[in-house]
Design a protein around this ligand. Sequence first.
Ligand code: ADP
Ligand code: MG
Length: 243
Amino acid sequence: MITTSATSKSLVTLNNIKKVFFTDDVETHALNEINLSINKGEYLSITGPSGCGKSTLLSLLGLLDTSTAGTYQLAGHEASDLSRDERAKIRNKEIGFIFQAFNLISDLSVAENVELPLTYRSDITKSQRAEMVKDALEKVDMQHRANHFPSQLSGGQQQRVAVARAIAGNPSIILADEPTGNLDSKNAQVVMSLLDRLHDQGATICMVTHDPRSAARAGRTIEVFDGKIVSDQLTEKSQAVVL
Ligand code: ADP
Ligand code: MG
């Protein structure tokens, strides 16, 4: 185990990030003084007990929410200074999100689900979109289900489509929140192998997981407790044998 430190190659840099939720008369300090750098090509897992702030951290990284204090640089953008529209534009280009509950749209076909985030991109033509959808579905071996609807697929297949949706636009970083949490062990294994392969092909991945065996597949693990990063370690992937 080796302790990591920030470098200038960072794709992601969070500085002194705080997140406070204000609901009715309750203040929840979900994240406190988070400092984190992620380099291009890293595979990072985030672990920690329920309610410690993992999903909040991933939402901030994915520009789905904004911090209460602190700064965030993502792929050369000063993400903490953006308007809502600018945030959405950068999110659509730079971020691929995979959720525990798949979050496919039931009224759209597999191909339409994968295409949807690309339709918000002004830099991609319709014919490029079709090619990108085809490529992404091939990468997760779901091209033969392009015209099916989510309800016609197993959970494992739905998550593979969700992975295709996340990677179709060639994002700078893939964020996955408990991606195997709703899957049986066989399908979990398929999705984890898919993430391994994407990482081997150069993808940067940040994955929240409760499962120590999944965490061990990442090259680096951070542990969150009470809204703070309490450990940040590189794992020797060769030692992380997953049976
Ligand atoms: P984890 O993903 O580690 O289980 P979360 O990031 O979901 O934890 O939550 C961290 C803390 O912030 C918890 O106390 C949770 O109740 C609170 N929280 C998360 N989202 C909201 C929200 N939208 N409004 C109010 N409190 C929230
Ligand atoms: Mg969570």
